[in-house]
Design a protein around this ligand. Structure first.
Ligand code: TYD
Ligand code: MG
Length: 459
């Protein structure tokens, strides 16, 4: 019998080397190599080898005669989840759900499986992390288990595939892919070769049987799904479940989607009875907004096809140390630095000797340059300690000459502001025509920083 071969494998990208390396030559990760052994290749039956993927016995077929899957989309009954998937669960699709520990991945997927089973489907929840009793306790918090929901505590992928063949469920959850192993490989669960192998076998099963597969994936310190990047290539859809531990709000974001847009987000709130959908996030994000406080501005931000009104807050205080601080949460620090410099140079606000603190409220993360105008308004208001007009929203990108530039979808932003009862919007030139007709929303077009500050705070 041939001896198993020792190799070293990068746990970040899956690169292999005959000797240990301190730094991966492929992905430049440090200290990422660990040893594994590659056993003799299993007897190669067609479509069954260690590297088997999708194979068709019949060989090439005319594409025109292949039936599309577009129609085979089932809404699971959790509308925010369906929206992020692109309108429902696609038969045979593999979906990877990543997120920090404790963010609510298991809760979300158990809720989705319960909905499907309540609608009469048979579903299977495979857990490599929790006992059936723990899952039962969680299920009781989520309204109790419906009859069609099966659970399987198992980490051996071969036995999971046997259970799938036997039970033929309509949807499967694997929680989590890092806990599974294949007995054909020697590495510990969670190593690159194991993750690649087990997910490969599960994905092939999903595709050949048309069963949607949901894989839970852990996230590493730097925010990537642990395991090889190839995992993200193997699946059809990658969703990230994010949120701020201190807030109940959670956002489900598609970062890859073969069956829909990657811009979609779903908003949930974690409560006693599990995750609740938030159909009107703007109202929620603004619900605790202080009245008449300086340093607070409302920004209509675009998240996929939806608009959310988010509050940005700024605090400006004389610097405590020689080098003033710029501290941000939920907005980019560099952007705040540039905007503070612009306020200094173009509008004569002496921010250089001040500590600046800027925060996007509710754990939301704002990356759009369109937030510039709101950030500038909040900073100026905080600096002058005078509140902005209470029912105004701000959007527009600010250029390095202090000019205000157009941004995408002014119509959607203005419509959301009007819907929530705002009566004024400060926006880039050319936006007024995009505003909703007949409402009380007044659009003030601002050309540059100075016009903005004069318009919203003439004092
Ligand atoms: P969980 O789904 O276990 O997270 P993950 O699988 O991403 O690690 O969720 C864990 C957190 O959610 C935990 O801190 C408890 C909280 N939670 C609630 O607040 N309400 C609930 O109804 C449930 C089921 C969980
Ligand atoms: Mg979990």
């Amino acid at each position: 019998m041939p001896k198993p071969k020792r190799i070293f494998e990068c746990q970040q990208c899956g690169a292999q080397s005959p000797k240990w390396l301190g730094r991966c030559t492929e992905c430049a990760a440090w200290n990422s190599f660990s040893e594994s052994t590659v056993g003799p290749a299993p007897a190669a039956a067609p479509g069954r080898g260690a590297f088997a993927g999708l194979t068709a016995a019949a060989g090439p077929v005319p594409l025109a005669e292949v039936e599309g899957l577009a129609e085979a989309r089932t809404p699971c009954g959790v509308p925010e989840f369906d929206r992020v998937l692109g309108g429902g669960i696609v038969a045979g699709s593999a979906v990877l759900v990543g997120g920090d520990p404790g963010i609510g991945k298991s809760t979300l997927l158990l809720q989705v499986m319960q909905r499907l089973s309540r609608a009469g489907q048979k579903t299977l929840y495979v857990s490599g992390e929790e006992s059936v009793q723990q899952i039962r306790m969680r299920s009781d918090r989520l309204g109790g288990p419906p009859p069609g929901l099966l659970v399987l505590p198992e980490t051996d992928v071969t036995r999971i595939l046997q259970a799938l063949e036997k039970e033929r469920p309509a949807a499967v959850v694997i929680d989590s892919v890092q806990t599974l192993y294949s007995a054909d490989l020697s590495g510990a669960p969670g190593t690159v070769s194991q993750v690649r192998e087990v997910s490969g076998r599960l994905v092939v099963h999903a595709k050949t049987h048309g069963v949607p597969l949901f894989l839970v994936g852990h996230v590493t310190k730097d925010g990537a799904i642990a395991g090889p990047r190839v995992l993200e290539h193997m699946v059809d859809t990658v969703l990230y479940f994010e949120g701020d531990g201190g807030h109940p709000y959670r956002m489900l974001r598609a970062v890859k989607n073969r069956f829909g847009s990657t811009n979609e987000v779903g908003v949930f709130a974690m409560g006693d009875g599990g995750l609740r959908e938030v159909p009107n996030p703007s109202a929620l994000f603004l619900s605790e907004r202080p009245e008449g406080a300086s340093g607070s501005a409302v920004f209509p931000c675009l998240e996929g096809t939806r608009t959310l009104l988010a509050e940005v807050q700024a605090l400006v205080t004389p610097a405590a140390f020689a080098s003033p601080q710029r501290t941000t949460s939920g907005v980019e620090r560099n952007r705040v630095q540039i905007l503070a410099a612009l306020l200094e140079r173009k509008a004569g606000l002496d921010l250089l000797g001040q500590d600046l603190f800027v925060n996007a409220v509710g754990g939301i993360r704002i990356a759009e340059p369109a937030a510039d105008l709101a950030l500038v308004a909040a900073l100026a208001s905080a600096f002058r300690d005078r509140p902005l007009p209470g029912t105004a929203v701000f959007f527009g990108e600010v250029g390095l000459a202090g000019e205000v530039r157009r941004v995408s979808r002014p119509d959607a932003r203005l419509a959301e502001a009007a819907k929530l009862g705002f009566d004024r919007a400060y926006a880039p030139p050319g936006s007024a025509a995009a505003g909703p007709r007949g409402g009380k929303l007044q659009v003030t077009e601002v050309r540059d920083l100075r016009t903005l500050l004069d318009a919203c705070d003439p004092g």
